[in-house]
Design a protein around this ligand. Structure first.
Ligand SMILES: Cc1cc2nc3c(=O)[nH]c(=O)nc-3n(C[C@H](O)[C@H](O)[C@H](O)COP(=O)(O)O)c2cc1C
Length: 265
């Protein structure tokens, strides 16, 4: 009978394949079993970002000032889908899992922006976007819109929250950006973010006119209400933020939707 050689090539290969198989079973099982938790964390993260932009959840906290948790706070919002061309709600639309950024990559569900249209440098714009609507006894209280645009090193993704008057910024926050920490990365600095609430988005004709300025206008001057201090040493990021806010509140963004809401109120 042939003698078993544990150092032989056959045995080494057998052990290697067996170890690989066992490990891949473990990794696959972990991947499958953790999927629901990963999905839940992703949803929670998105809700936190929306609540933060709306000023309902402070940075670093997972409970609101009234003690309510993220899910409870987010329950005050209704998630709706908007056709960005008509500015109308889509009633028969499954908002669960819809990802506008992903849809913008699909030519069947997005429009290619001509160079002169693409002021936020996003290339394509999805046809349908989700919006987050908070209504109270007296009508609309807050509207949160997903926004994005190019800074210096990449695209900044975030949410712009608007007050019920559909004119005034309630807050702006980014959940993903590639700007340099300490320079453009200061978009995430709570002190800078605190400069946004109260900023007026539109001029008298309804055109988006937010400006990020190095030298603020004197107190009381007409354009002052549209101004936010630019980030120091980060002109490109500042310009990118200015452009993306004006793009998404403009004609090719949520402009028609905001106009429809205004005329309905
Ligand atoms: C390593 C490095 C990283 C930079 N990161 C940024 C950035 O994230 N955002 C930005 O606008 N400018 C950034 N800049 C600076 C720009 O190149 C440019 O000098 C600056 O935007 C000019 O802004 P200022 O007119 O406010 O000085 C960076 C420069 C260097 C050298």
């Amino acid at each position: 009978m042939a003698e078993f050689n544990k150092d032989g090539l056959g045995n080494i290969l057998f052990v290697a394949v067996a170890v690989c198989l066992v490990c891949s079973v473990f990794v696959s099982a972990a991947n499958v079993s953790l999927k629901p938790q990963q999905q839940r964390n992703k949803e929670l993260d998105q809700k936190e970002n929306i609540l933060r932009a709306a000023g309902l959840l402070e940075a670093g906290k997972s409970v609101g000032n009234d003690g309510r948790g993220v899910d409870e706070l987010f329950a005050d919002f209704t998630v709706k889908a908007v056709d960005l061309d008509t500015g109308r709600y889509l009633t028969d639309f499954d908002t669960k899992g819809y990802d506008g950024v992903r849809m913008a990559k699909d030519p069947a569900h997005s429009r290619d922006l001509a160079e002169e249209e693409d002021t936020a440098t996003i290339g394509r714009r999805e046809n349908v976007s989700l919006v987050y609507v908070m209504e109270g006894e007296h009508g609309l209280e807050k509207l949160v819109l997903p926004v994005r645009g190019y800074g210096l090193w990449g695209t900044l993704y975030g949410y712009l929250a608007i007050d019920g008057d559909l004119e005034t910024v309630s807050g702006l926050g980014f959940y993903d950006q590639k700007e340099t920490p300490g320079l453009g990365g200061e978009v995430d600095n709570p002190k800078w973010k605190a400069k946004w609430p109260g900023v007026k988005l539109f001029d008298a004709s309804g055109n988006p006119v937010v400006r990020l300025v190095k030298s603020p206008s004197p107190e009381g001057s007409p354009g002052k209400v549209h101004e936010v201090d630019a980030l120091s040493g980060a002109s490109f990021t500042s310009r990118g933020v200015q452009n993306l806010v004006n793009f998404w509140t403009g004609e090719l963004g949520f402009g028609p939707f905001i106009a429809n809401l205004k005329s309905a109120s």
